[in-house]
Design a protein around this ligand. Structure first.
Ligand SMILES: Nc1ncnc2c1ncn2[C@@H]1O[C@H](COP(=O)(O)OP(=O)(O)OP(=O)(O)O)[C@@H](O)[C@H]1O
Length: 277
C-alpha cells in the first residue's frame, strides 16, 4: 500500500472542512479530486503534506503515520510529496533555473543552502527537467517574465528536483487559460506515466478529471461521496457531488480543455512558446 488515509478529519471551530476521509492508494495513480468550492479539496491535500494540521485520523505511508512525524522525518516526508499550487509560488525575481534548483534545498546542508551553493549536478538536473517540460529556452529569464502556463511548468520542474514519490497539485490550472491548462495537465500526466509518481490533483472541473485521471474522488461538504474510475462517474453522481439540481449539465463545470487541438498545444510546449497565461 502506497498511501492509506483513515478517517482524516479537519475542523475549523464548529465547521468540519474534511469529514472522516478514507483513501487507499495501492499503486501509482493519477487521481483527480473534484467538488465545488469549499468542499474540502485543498484542506485534504494540505493535510497530506502537513501544511495544515489534521484534527484526527491517520495517514499511513510505509507503515508510518505521517501525522506524527517531526523534525528531519517531517522534512523527508515533505520531500517525498511535492506540492504544486494554483499561484505557482515561484520567486518572481529569481531566474527560472535557480527557482527549479530551490527544489533541492532540503537535500543540502544548511551551510550550503545559506550560501546558495548549487553543484554542477544540480544545474544539470534542473536543466534536464526544464528540457523535458519544453521550457529550457527560458532557463535564464526571471520567473516573473514567463506566462502562467510556463511558470506552472517551472513549478513542476522544481517539484521534480525533490525526487518525490507523490505530487500534490492544488488547483494547478485554475489560473490558466484552456491552452495552458492542457499543457500543464499533459505534463502532470506524463510524470505520472513515465516516472511512476502518484499525482493527486484538485480540479474544479469534471471534464478535466475525466480526461486526465484514472480515478476520481468526489467531495461534497467535506465528505467523500464518490471514489472510483472516472468512467463510473455518471451524470447523476456528478449532480450529487456538485449539489446541482436537474438542470445540471457537465458543460457548467467545463474548462473546454477538450475543445483544443492537442497537437497545437504540444507544439507550443515543445517550442517553449506559450499562449498568454
Ligand atoms: N484556515 C481556515 N480557517 C477557517 N475555515 C477554513 C480554513 N481553511 C478552509 N476553511 C473552510 O473549510 C472548508 C473547506 O475549504 P477548502 O479550501 O478545503 O475547500 P476547497 O474544496 O478546496 O475549495 P476551493 O475550491 O474554493 O479552494 C470551507 O468551508 C472553508 O471555508
Amino acid at each position: 500500500m502506497l498511501l492509506k488515509i483513515e478517517s482524516l478529519t479537519k475542523t475549523f471551530g464548529a465547521a468540519t472542512a474534511v469529514d472522516r476521509a478514507d483513501i487507499l492508494v495501492d499503486k501509482p495513480a493519477m487521481i483527480g479530486v473534484i467538488g465545488r468550492s469549499g468542499a474540502g479539496k485543498s484542506t485534504l491535500l494540505r493535510m497530506i503534506n502537513r501544511l495544515t494540521d489534521a484534527s484526527s485520523g491517520r495517514i499511513l505511508v510505509e507503515g508510518r503515520d505521517v501525522l506524527t512525524l517531526k523534525g528531519a522525518a517531517l522534512r523527508a516526508w515533505r520531500r517525498d510529496c511535492a506540492m504544486i499550487f494554483q499561484q505557482f509560488n515561484l520567486v518572481p525575481r529569481l531566474d527560472v533555473v535557480t527557482n527549479v534548483m530551490l527544489g533541492r534545498l532540503n537535500g543540502h546542508s544548511a551551510l550550503a543552502s545559506a550560501f546558495n551553493v548549487f553543484g554542477e549536478a544540480d544545474i544539470r538536473a534542473a536543466l534536464g527537467h526544464l528540457e523535458r517540460l519544453g521550457i529550457e529556452g527560458h532557463a535564464l529569464k526571471r520567473a516573473e517574465a514567463l506566462s502562467g502556463g510556463q511558470q506552472q511548468r517551472v513549478a513542476i520542474a522544481r517539484a521534480l528536483m525533490q525526487n518525490p514519490k507523490f505530487v500534490l497539485a492544488d488547483e494547478p490550472i485554475a489560473s490558466l487559460d484552456p491552452m495552458n491548462a492542457q499543457v500543464v495537465m499533459d505534463a502532470l500526466r506524463r510524470i505520472h506515466e513515465e516516472d511512476g509518481l502518484t499525482v493527486i490533483c484538485n480540479l474544479h472541473t469534471l471534464d478535466t478529471a475525466r480526461r486526465y485521471c484514472d480515478r476520481v474522488i468526489g467531495m461534497r461538504a467535506g465528505r467523500i461521496v464518490f471514489d472510483g474510475p472516472s468512467e463510473l462517474l455518471t451524470e447523476a453522481m456528478a449532480r450529487e457531488i456538485y449539489g446541482a439540481g436537474a438542470e445540471f449539465s457537465e458543460a457548467s463545470t467545463s474548462t473546454s480543455i477538450g475543445a483544443l487541438a492537442p497537437d497545437a498545444a504540444l507544439a507550443r510546449a515543445a517550442s517553449g512558446v506559450s499562449a498568454v497565461g
